[in-house]
Design a protein around this ligand. Sequence first.
Ligand code: FUC
Length: 821
Amino acid sequence: MLNLKWLFSGLILLSSACFSQSKSNLKLWYNSPSGTRWENALPIGNGKLGAMIYGNVDTETVQINEGTLWSGSPNRNDNKLSFDSLDEIRALIFSGKQKAAEILANKAIVSKTSHGQMFEPVGSLRLIFGKSENYNSYYRELDIEKAVQTTTYTIGGVNYKRETIASFPDRVIVMNLTASKPGSISFTAFYATPQPKTTTKVSSNELIISGTTIDHEGVEGKIRFKGIARFKLNGGKIAANDTSITIKDATEVTIYISVATNFNNYHDISGDENARALTDLNKAYPKSFRQISPAHIAAYQKYFNRVTLDLGTTDAARLPTNERLRHFNSTDDPSLVTLYFQYGRYLLISSSQPGGQVSTLQGIWNHELYPPWDSKYTININTEMNYWPAEKTNLSEMTSPLINMVKELAATGDATAKNMYGVRGWMAHHNTDIWRINGAVDGAFWGLWPNGGGWLSQHLWEHYLYSGDKKYLSSVYPVLKGAAMFYADYLVEHPEYHWLVLCPDESPENAPAAHDGSSLDAGVTMSNQIVFDVFSNAIDAAKVLNLDKAFSDTLNQKRSRLAPMHVGKFGQLQEWLDDIDDPNDHHRHISHLYGLFPSNQISPYRTPQLYSAAKNTLIQRGDVSTGWSMGWKVNWWAKMLDGNHAYKLIQNQLTPVGTNEGGGGTYDNLFDAHPPFQIDGNFGCTSGITEMLMQSEDGVINLLPALPDIWKNGSISGLRARGGFEIVNMQWKGGKLIKLAVKSNLGGNLRLRVPNEIKMSNNASLLEAKGNNINPFYQTEKIATPVISPEAPVDLPKLKSTWLYDIMTKPGEVYRLVLKA
Ligand code: FUC
């Protein structure tokens, strides 16, 4: 497996300059420029602005995004005909005529207006240095410990350096160009953009781009934007013509890029993009790069430094990132996993900041006028996956744009629930965008899924489970209640089985052959699981806040009438109410495993039969899939307590794009490949790596639940667990937990499940856990007894033995434990 011979001969070929420049393991670095491929460029971002830096020697390209630059304008896309056809569609589905129901739903339910607007690029700032074939010592990196991109090279004995940041405190992108010899920097700069409705202007030291976004699907583009790049020189001369700026013989150049739009929120675009762009720029411009940069790094590290991970380092780590990626599957390179894990955190901090927008399908990085799937929000998995790492990898603040979006969707989705389905509460289908559309899009096959709101609302409850913040909980309670109210009204009794089910409904984007290729159905497993969670969260939140007893009783009753999970004849967890799964179906969506992860309805300890069925389903579906689906599978195998299988999925994901059978993989800049680039796979995998090391549900904090054999030794610090606990530090050796420090922020019982015996480091007594965990954040809802097909093979999980302990904690205290020898 480990091809050391190859590796070392490769290492000898590399210049020593590269080694000395890449001391930190938390860098993506390369000894060649990006060329023309966007996915080779390196991403920076501050949650408001995003940029991809190419680092080419002849021409530097800074491809720029601004989070609120979207096509279209305030709009709704509900189909008002929906309610009149609802009974007929339901009757068709209940009588087995799914295809006919789908045809009718395409007319009556699917939107006749916008199918969602697009996240749009501003354009690129280009710096033309002129032909320079004779460069050497080329090096470029993205330092994710500092959030700084750097490119260096040498021409004619002069060392050139470009450093670029998207400053968090200063809200601008800043590029600093220096050279080892005075007067060596000359280039011509201009804006290039795919946006058709733009004008560019040049003033003495400024390039200005202004424009309006495009119309899309009948919605007029009304986002106005303004981008200003202002140049500051040390030495040399600057000259302007009508489209470009030319700089000659400077010793240092700093470029300050500010971009703003008129977007205030989904229904108000009355902002002043000119004043905004100027305000940010004028504040930043007087400061030098040496002043701006440390403040930026400090603001970034406030978040990033909260978590450290060490899985060990081998010589493979001395190779450039693209080489490491190429050889990951045949070498032992644990620190590439560390880099990928931390890169997920870097990407989340850079693309999702309080006050900004939700990280899209591509985070905050898109260069295309018509991006894949509009680079918007697919909320039947992808947007949720983006935020899986947030709470547990100690980036709780990054959920703020998501929480805000869910509140706004609750406001817009109230009319959707009423107009389209005649019910109370709020809902969203499977897509949304910056205008917070809630209608069904793309065709009923994909779009007639009423659970976008229900799933997203889980994140609001999760934020409470991690923080214990009751004031916050009361501020989002109406949203949780509204999500539950929608389902309480929308559920109908199944005419044959008599359970309460959603209808019309579907299991995202998959269709059983038995239904004539139609996805439409009633009471699909994932929906039952989501409704179960939405009801449980509303009941639990009401209890914490001492509110709405009568409504909680109603939800309780309805919850007890939901369809239970089913184990089918192939031993699988059924995707649909009927036993119609195909064991050879390898569809990338395995939505019914939502109950295993991110939800907590399937557990090896509480529901062993369902757990085995979920495992059979995972095996039947296979490993091969798209990027995000691989990311989900890492989490699932971690929940299956099978670290080696989870690691296999990480290997599949860390494979160069285009070389995997069936899709998935990774680009040279470590962006995840669906393909094309989709950022959810990055975030999903970061979450999965965390779940391999720590899980905090199922009544316990489970430490090292799915450690693969290859990560024998390691340590992690700073993970957060539900109930306000923080894993201050955890160390393992030879697969055994040897050292642990847990901080309790809220107090309460800390129940630990660990792979070996441990003791308090101060030799205080340590209780073996008994009975139910009394910690209110670790209560598990009782799952209905599953229906098991008589043909299903009986296979119950064989679980490794673990040790369970209880520690009654006090708020603010740290509890230290060590291996019991
Ligand atoms: C869903 C998935 C696709 C893709 C798209 C953005 O439709 O089925 O694979 O990820 O979202």
